[in-house]
Ligand binder design. Structure first.
Ligand code: C2G
Length: 132
C-alpha cells in the first residue's frame, strides 16, 4: 500500500531549511503532498504579506522532484480536513509546532522533525535589507 505524507508551510524566500524538511518528509513515505499557506493566511496570522506570492511559492515547491502534489492551505484550523482529503497516512511538521497537532493522531501518524538550525526567512530578509 502506498504511504502518503502531508506537510505544510509558507516556504517564503525558499531556503535549505525548507528543502531539507521537504526531503525528510518525503523520505517517510511514497508520496508527498505539500500545503503551501495562502497569502491571506499569512497576512492574518503573521501580519505581513510574504515576499514571494502564493502562486510563486506554489510554483517553487511543485518543481521539487520529491513533491507529488501541492495545494494552497487556506486556514491553519483545517489540518484534519486536508489530511482526510489527501488520504495522508503521516502528517509531518517542524518541531516548532511540537504537540500542536497531536489530536490528529486518530486519523494519521503525527511526526515532528527538528528544524535546520541557523537559517530562517526572517534572518535572510534582515541580511538582504541591511546588506550585512
Ligand atoms: N523549517 C526547517 N528549518 C528551518 C526553517 C524552516 O526545518 N530553519 C521548516 C519548518 O519547520 C516547516 C517548513 O520548513 O516545516 C516550512 O517553514 P515555514 O515556511 O516557516 O512554515 P510556517 O510558516 O511555520 O508554516 O500549517 C503551517 C503553516 O503553513 C505555516
Amino acid at each position: 500500500m502506498e504511504r502518503t505524507v502531508i506537510t505544510f508551510g509558507t516556504f517564503d524566500v525558499f531556503h535549505v531549511g525548507h528543502l531539507r524538511m521537504i526531503e525528510r518528509a518525503a523520505a517517510l513515505g511514497d508520496r508527498l503532498v505539500v500545503g503551501v499557506s495562502a497569502d491571506e493566511l499569512n497576512l492574518r496570522k503573521k501580519g505581513r504579506e510574504p515576499i514571494f506570492t502564493e502562486a510563486e511559492r506554489v510554483e517553487i515547491v511543485a518543481a521539487l522532484k520529491c513533491v507529488a502534489e501541492v495545494f494552497v492551505e487556506e486556514s491553519l484550523e483545517l489540518k484534519r480536513e486536508y489530511v482526510l482529503r489527501y488520504a495522508a497516512d503521516v502528517l509531518v511538521m517542524g518541531d516548532d509546532w511540537e504537540g500542536k497537532f497531536d489530536e490528529l493522531g486518530d486519523v494519521c501518524e503525527v511526526v515532528y522533525l527538528p528544524r535546520t538550525p541557523a537559517v530562517s526567512t526572517t534572518a535572510l530578509i534582515e541580511k538582504i535589507s541591511t546588506g550585512s
